[in-house]
Ligand binder design. Structure first.
Ligand SMILES: [Zn+2]
Length: 109
């Protein structure tokens, strides 16, 4: 019975390809370098999730540089940019809540 590849992609989702016969990875992920790159990207995405605004800006610069130098694939860059977008949404919500709190405390009803 065929099994799915065991690799967790940079996006955090499991690979949807079938594993090679007698192995736990598909043809693409049998290459340890590709699995290592997925792991690096997942770790980078996890770091982005806890960064402040300057950390997110730094992450954007890093991804732009890696894309220019072709050190990262577009798929991995897209996963990181999605994480950056999510983090910026969180930070803007946090900043908006702080601003509202400051306005409310300065002007109590
Ligand atoms: Zn795979």
């Amino acid at each position: 019975m065929p099994r799915y590849c065991a690799e967790i992609l940079a996006t955090g989702l499991q690979c949807t390809q079938f594993a090679r016969k007698g192995q736990i990875w598909c043809r693409a992920h049998v290459d340890p370098r590709l699995r290592e790159k997925n792991d690096e990207t997942r770790q980078f995405i996890a770091c982005v999730g806890v960064q402040d605004v300057s950390g997110v800006a730094s992450a954007l610069g890093k991804i732009a540089c890696e894309l220019r130098l072709k050190l990262i694939t577009p798929v991995h860059a897209e996963a990181v940019l999605d994480a950056i977008e999510t983090r910026l949404d969180q930070l803007s919500g946090t900043l908006a809540a702080k601003t509202c709190d400051q306005v409310t405390s300065a002007n109590p009803v």
